[in-house]
Design a binder for this molecule. Structure first.
Ligand SMILES: [Mn+2]
Length: 252
């Protein structure tokens, strides 16, 4: 990914790029990263695509770092304006994307069927969505959910999963749900999809396959975890390096 994107940057890369959220609260360069991504988006709106993550919400940023980052960098007045302006963008970001009618992408995970029977229901989530927790349970599930690996399922959890169509309370996060293989299979079948790609968890290797398709279905991968945090950090380090090089060159 880095080799394909970095030489030209997202705006000129010979690909369309879908970012999967959590652009802020991840280090001290949230404002710079957003300026960079939005500049790329303005240059090539059709090729730079962004979905919303759970950190693209005001309450979370106040609990984490982005709110204070804006105020510390730009002062109480301008900082608040900038923070609000960035969040006004977050309020209208899509919550999910489908690639080639087959690959479902979101930040957290699939929503339970009693909240979202078919993915067409996502189109009815209000826009702008200023308070996802209060305004839309579909949005909240897409932002927060996690898959659970079979080897992490205890007997108690299995009972809860079995009686809730493969979903159980997400105790690690304190909100949203975890979902199992059965939930994933039902979701893919109901929506005629082949894969789910999501973010929300960091993996040092760059990605991780969490759940495989059931043997009765076509072989392949059904959930991928893409650690965008890792890539954003590399992206930002790359920008910083390039600036240093340019600053160095301009001295001579
Ligand atoms: Mn997240």
């Amino acid at each position: 990914m880095e080799a394909a994107l970095w030489p030209s940057g997202p705006a000129l890369a010979a690909a369309r790029i879908l970012f999967l959220g959590d652009y802020v609260d991840r280090g001290s360069h949230g404002t710079e990263l957003m300026a960079y991504l939005l500049a790329a988006k303005l240059q090539r709106p059709d090729a730079v695509l962004m979905v919303r993550g759970n950190h693209e919400t005001r309450d979370i940023q106040k609990m984490f770092t982005f709110y204070n980052e804006c105020l510390a960098k730009y002062g109480e007045n301008e900082g608040l304006k900038i923070w609000n302006a960035v969040n006004n963008v977050f309020d209208v970001l899509p919550l999910a994307a489908v690639i080639d009618d087959k690959v479902f992408c979101c930040h957290g995970g699939i929503p339970p069927p009693w909240v979202c029977p078919l993915i067409s229901a996502i189109d009815k989530v209000p826009v702008p969505l200023t308070k996802p927790a209060e305004q839309s349970s579909i949005a909240w599930e897409l932002l927060w959910n996690d898959p659970i690996k079979p080897n992490k399922i205890t007997a108690t959890l299995q009972l809860e999963l079995s009686s809730n169509e493969g979903f159980a309370a997400n105790t690690k996060r304190g909100t949203g749900h975890v979902f199992d293989q059965n939930a994933l299979d039902r979701f893919l079948l109901a929506n005629q999809l082949s894969h789910v790609v999501r973010a929300h968890e960091l993996h040092q290797n760059g990605f991780m396959v969490t759940l495989q398709m059931s043997a009765s279905r076509s072989p392949g991968v059904s959930v991928l975890i893409i650690p965008l945090l890792w890539w954003y950090q590399r992206l930002w380090r790359g920008i910083a390096r390039r600036r240093e090089t340019e600053a160095h060159a301009s001295q001579y």
